[in-house]
Design a protein around this ligand. Structure first.
Ligand code: SF4
Length: 243
């Protein structure tokens, strides 16, 4: 494997077999999945990224960009009013906030190693900025619902991005924040030495499981039906469907 990422670890933890099909056997299969939510997330990320880069200098321009992209996301009709309003409201709030931040990086690419024998860890940080005390803050935008404790415990981005920050800027951030933009809510982690050590241990443990398996299926009707790209060759899925 060329590199590890939080999404790869996440897929392995969701279903070992799906990870195996996608990254180890590399079947090249791409069964149909429900993409509107990912499309919406990409649109929101793009608009916020361009605002942060000052490529969109006026709020009206940001609205126009969102309005132009929204129809192509294919949000289901019964969800359209909610997602449209939440998107517009998020842009209003973020446009104001981003204009006040001391931004150091937007969509910052990183690659770093944590130990010999473990693939490099690669990804992109949505936003890095300094607060009024000059402390680094790392942010990841989410268009999902606000995570509860168990969902937060399953995430790796707060660890990976904090360590990436040290490689990129020479220091750990003071804080990592998940920014749930549709709901104007944030979940924060204060970064300490202990937190970083825990993150390294979690990544090493994840890689140890990922490199040798077992790559067991984890049948979850909602995930399998909507998000698995390999369901047409999954024996568990086919059996459940009566094939
Ligand atoms: S269909 Fe479900 S159980 Fe089968 S590989 Fe995909 S996610 Fe795993």
């Amino acid at each position: 494997m060329k590199y590890l990422s939080s999404s790869r670890i996440h897929l392995f933890n969701q279903c070992g077999l799906s990870y195996n099909f996608k990254y180890l056997q590399v079947t090249g299969l791409k069964d149909e999945t429900v993409d509107w939510f990912a499309n919406y997330g990409t649109l929101m990320h793009t608009v916020l990224e361009r605002i942060a880069r000052k490529e969109i200098p006026l709020l009206d321009m940001a609205y126009r960009e969102f309005d132009a992209g929204f129809p192509t996301c294919n949000v289901p009709d019964d969800q359209k009013p909610t997602y449209y309003t939440q998107g517009r409201d998020s842009i209003t709030r973020k446009f104001q906030e981003l204009s006040t931040l001391r931004i150091l990086g937007v969509e910052v690419e990183f690659t770093f190693h944590i130990a010999f024998g473990i693939p490099p860890i690669h990804g992109f940080i949505d936003l890095v900025y300094e607060d009024e005390k000059g402390r680094l803050i790392v942010r990841d935008y989410k268009t999902s619902k606000v995570y509860g404790k168990s969902e937060l415990d399953r995430q790796y981005q707060q660890f990976i991005y904090s360590i990436a920050c040290k490689h990129l800027y020479g220091r750990y951030p003071f804080k990592f924040e998940y920014d749930f933009i549709r709901f104007d809510e944030q979940k924060d982690f204060i970064i300490t030495e202990r937190f970083v050590k825990l993150g390294e241990l979690k990544m090493k443990a994840a890689w140890n499981r990922m490199k040798s398996g077992p790559y067991d299926p984890n049948y979850n009707p909602f995930f399998c039906e909507h998000f698995c790209e390999s369901k047409s060759i999954c024996p568990i899925y086919l059996k459940k469907k009566g094939y």
